[in-house]
Design a protein around this ligand. Sequence first.
Ligand code: SF4
Length: 418
Amino acid sequence: MKYHVVSLGCPKNKVDSERFAWVMNSAGWKYSEEADRSDMIILNTCAFIAPATEESLDYLSDILRWKSADLTRKVVLAGCLPGRYSDDGSGGLEDIDLVIGPGDWRKLSSWLGAVFDGPAGVIGSGSYRYLRIANGCSNNCAYCTIPAIRGKFVPQRMDTILRESDLLVQQGAKEIGLVAQDSGNWLQDGTDLASLTETLAARHPSIWFRLYYLHPLHFPHRLIDIFSRFSNVVPYIDMPVQHASDSILKRMGRRHGVETIEKIMEELDRSPVEIAVRYTVITGYPGETESDFIALRNFLGRYDSGRHIAAFSWYPEEGTLEYARAVERGDAVDDSTASRRLASLSAVGDSLYANWDQRLQGREIPVLVDDIHSGHTVWDAPEVDAVVTFTEAVTPGTIVKARVIESSGAVLMAELVN
Ligand code: SF4
């Protein structure tokens, strides 16, 4: 019997999908690349914001159509969509054979009648993989659905993380991304995220480690020193700063002000190691004035370490604190203003890339090869940031030295250096 997994959303969901694949393989099923040739499809959904929910629902209706052609086919709906909507009483789930919440691999295994004694595994492939170090989030930002979907922050045990890192390396990973909703909050028996990173980097010295989702409130300042001491901890900071106006940050419930993120950025700019920051921000937040927006735009353009901007418009997400409050106060930003602000941030993003283009031109840099013609640098996360395109075929899963011969924003052209 064959199964196929459709994994939507962020890298954290990918980890859950790889766990489901491990359950399925352990229960005797075989993975199929082709959904049409499968007997079961597991749809692992994202429902963080409205567009993600719509995408998940589109996939679900396609898959239910696939099932309606042969009712012996099975459909498993997993992830945030059922986590968010399963209790709304609106029905519509009756054609689905199994509904499981985010990461609930145990429910999948008991449905399959499989019993596992040892620790859970993951199955996947590729030059880069992700390792989940915690579940849930306790920050309760006013616009966010995650705490309601995934519950409070629960750190993964250190021995589990080390064991899973070994597994990923055995399966061929050359880069491991540490993911969680609030990675900097990870703490186990006095060991913090910085110490965990050191342990992992020393255990797997030829593997790149990349840290994702470093909330400014729990920023691991010691990481900057670790970048200097461990060349395999890539100098990359993925930081959801969200805004650069104190009043908006306060309304978002972020529990830190602009000074906190300014100090972090100044520290990163002072580092002898060249660090790249990926900012995540929300514009068009209810109550955002033009001067709030200008403060955000100026902040994003200010620091040498800034390389990527992932900007989103605010969505009125049902069930969040801001959903009701914006209606009550009547101060939501209109769509055209929000779109204009988003476009303006995109222009700042272009200028950050232009600065880096100049810096990288002609330089010899390490690149992790993801497929025969492309890869990514230490300053770029796979799938979301800049891509390196090689002038010749290269072996996937290797780290090569390459010279940048041309760069334009999110595309770097590079030739191999012997
Ligand atoms: S820290 Fe992130 S995941 Fe947690 S509540 Fe805030 S936005 Fe949501």
